[in-house]
Write a protein that binds this ligand. Structure first.
Ligand code: ZN
Length: 201
């Protein structure tokens, strides 16, 4: 895939995230590794997923340097995106969203159970990190620390904030972000029905 095609793919994924209401306002950010390089593309700070376009995608290297010119700056969460991409070479996509049901679990310090065979197959063991301010060294260290301690991590809940989903491709990382939100919503809907979800399937 050419660099231009990779940018278009990133834009398409951002638009999917917007249509699925996986974040609010300009929250959330998404990165994709440029294959066989130490560089990656990420969304710009202050730009909503809906308004993300090829022109405002930012190119970065894994040491935190911005390579693309122009007025757009990387999302302030770029340091933990780069930290995961540097630590886990098999990870190609990082998706950070603020989807509501998943956030609710992080807020009560609980991970959503796997509600479906799809969730079981795609999500692995979900981790939680305590609250730290967006863009802080502390948050970067907490999230990257999870990937150091548990290299097979796919989903991390960020308490009182949102979630990180990673995958061997950007599409798989995005799908995991959708699936964890669906699983979280299904759990909450079971509670609304007044029944305990049946999880021994
Ligand atoms: Zn965020």
């Amino acid at each position: 895939m050419s660099l231009d095609d990779l940018k278009k793919h990133l834009v398409d994924i951002c638009h999917c995230a917007s249509e699925r209401w996986l974040t609010a306002g300009s929250g959330g950010n998404i990165s994709v590794r440029i294959p066989e390089t130490t560089r990656y593309l990420c969304t710009a700070t202050g730009v909503t997923f809906r308004d993300t376009a090829v022109e405002n995608i930012v190119e970065m290297d894994l040491d935190g340097r911005q390579l693309s010119p122009g007025p757009w700056k990387p999302s302030k969460e770029h340091r933990w995106h780069a930290g995961i991409l540097a630590l886990r070479p098999e990870v190609h996509g990082v998706v950070h969203t603020h989807s509501t049901a998943t956030m609710a679990f992080g807020i009560v310090d609980m991970t959503p159970p796997h509600m479906t065979g799809q969730a079981r197959a795609h999500l692995g063991r979900i981790q939680i990190v305590p609250y730290a301010d967006a863009g802080s060294d502390e948050l970067r260290d907490l999230i990257v620390g999870v990937y150091e301690a548990h290299p097979d991590t796919r989903i991390v809940l960020l308490a009182n904030h949102g979630l990180a989903a990673t995958g061997p491709s950007l599409l798989e990382a995005y799908n995991r972000a959708e699936i964890v939100e669906d699983s979280a919503q299904a759990y909450l809907h079971c509670k609304i029905l007044g029944r305990e979800p049946k999880l021994d399937f």
